[in-house]
Design a protein around this ligand. Structure first.
Ligand code: NAI
Length: 411
């Protein structure tokens, strides 16, 4: 009998047969989910035998929900995710115009999924534009609910825009009628919960450095405050476990298990990530900078199409492929299921089944290393065996099965 995951006293309680919802999504979504599911199930079975099994069940969203006469993101879907705590989703199309909000944005807001987590690492065999792609191995925590990117905007010439313009004029900032206005909000509580998530991840995963990324030199009240509030949190809540870089004496090193929290101005961070990638471990960034950084870093390791992601709140998480619905290749066996599969691995790790999570990543790395790839990664390269979506999934299942039965499975 499957049961729901619970969340008590700040901890997830995961039964051996958790009921976990999935949203296959639109376009290539259903085919990448069909490819991902057996890989995840095989990893769980190989790690834990019959003791553990995920009872997946489908929730409607996107085109499928519209066709049933429902909303793009039905209320019942949001409620079911909240109730089951963890979900995985494929890409969903956003109808253009007509007041439709992106499902992802709506989900993040409804469930307060305040941190977007994106691990970025290199997989041997993948073509990369840099000389030493393996030197970059980071996890980006991007604030998900605030910043100019949260969408508080007023069009030029609109009545609302004129009212905001008048309020700004009263503060001495003249705004002409032909100006669109976007408002940037960064709060202390929003910053602290994001930075806390990044530090907690670092502590749990043996990472030693968390870097706050900001443009505080220019936007002092928002991005500068992000930096200040991040350091404030370190001093208040992590004494003895983490240290704020400004508090170090000149030449002082951080030793032992202590995490160094430092900061970098965003433009310099983009340079340094290319020039000195090994200096970075965990990044914590406001929404817009985090958005740019996530794709730039994924591109650096050649992994833009396979980067996994998760949107995380307190005791809640939605794991998702980071690409779109790719209508140009849907239904043709050309889709790379890597992003969905690696997102599934993050899900397994999140629910406390790291042995299964590792098997997924190891198998993925093994198949790519052997030169077997989907068409997007194989394009224009010599000596690569091109597999369709289903065959790539089969190769992973085989690789995991070959990795042998449960060894030192997690307690
Ligand atoms: P896209 O990511 O769907 O496609 C961009 C290009 O990348 C296309 O050439 C596509 O064939 C290729 N591509 C994407 N994923 C791939 C995969 N797994 N394997 C192989 N090739 C892949 O972005 P686009 O065209 O801007 O958006 C299409 C639709 O997807 C839109 O309706 C958009 O709103 C939606 N979208 C949804 C997202 C989500 O639900 N997380 C994220 C981004 C876009």
């Amino acid at each position: 009998m499957s049961a729901k995951i619970a969340y008590r006293s700040g901890r997830l309680e995961v039964p051996d047969h958790p009921a976990i919802p999935f949203i296959p999504g639109d376009g290539i979504g259903p085919e990448v989910w069909r490819a991902a599911r057996p890989v995840l199930d095989t990893a769980v079975r190989t790690s834990y035998g019959d003791r553990r099994v995920i009872d997946w069940f489908e929730l409607p969203a996107g085109q499928k929900a519209l066709e049933r006469g429902d909303d793009l993101l039905p209320r019942s879907t949001i409620d079911a995710i909240r109730e089951h705590r963890v979900a995985i989703k494929g890409p969903t199309m956003t109808p253009i115009g007509g007041g439709h909000r992106s499902i992802n944005v709506a989900l993040r807001q409804a469930l307060i999924l305040y941190a977007n987590m994106r691990p970025v690492r290199y997989f041997e065999g993948v073509a990369s534009p840099v000389k030493d792609p393996a030197a970059l191995d980071i996890v980006i925590f991007r604030e998900n609910t605030e910043d100019v990117y949260a969408g508080i905007e007023f069009s030029a010439g609109s009545a609302e825009g004129a009212r905001i313009g008048a309020a700004l004029a009263a503060e001495g900032h003249a705004v002409s009628e032909e100006t669109g206005i976007g408002i940037k909000l960064i709060s202390r509580s929003g910053t602290r919960r994001l930075v806390r998530a990044a530090i907690e991840y670092a502590l749990a995963h043996g990472r030693r450095r968390v870097t706050l990324i900001h443009k505080g030199n220019i936007m002092k009240a928002t991005e500068g405050a992000f930096r200040a509030w991040g350091y404030e949190l370190v001093r208040e809540s992590y004494a003895g476990r983490a240290v704020a870089q400004p508090d170090l004496s000149p030449g002082e090193e951080v030793g032992g298990e202590t995490i160094l929290v430092d900061d970098r101005i965003a433009d310099a961070a983009f340079q340094d990530l290319l020039l000195y990638p090994a200096r970075f471990e965990i990044l914590a960034a406001p929404n817009l900078n985090g958005d740019y950084l996530s794709d730039a870093c994924a591109a650096q390791v050649g992994g833009l199409g396979i980067a996994p992601g998760a949107n995380i709140g307190d005791g809640l998480a939605v794991f998702e492929s980071t690409h779109g619905t790719a209508p140009d290749i849907a239904g043709r066996g050309l889709a790379n299921p890597g992003s969905m599969i690696l997102s599934g691995s993050l899900l397994l790790e999140f629910i406390g089944w790291p042995d299964a999570a590792t098997r997924v990543v190891d198998a993925f790395a093994g198949v790519l290393r052997s030169g077997r790839m989907t068409a997007d990664l194989a394009a224009g390269r010599e000596g690569i065996t091109t597999l369709d979506t289903a065959a790539f999934s089969d190769a992973l299942v085989e690789e995991i099965t070959r990795s042998g039965p449960a060894g030192a499975a997690d307690a």
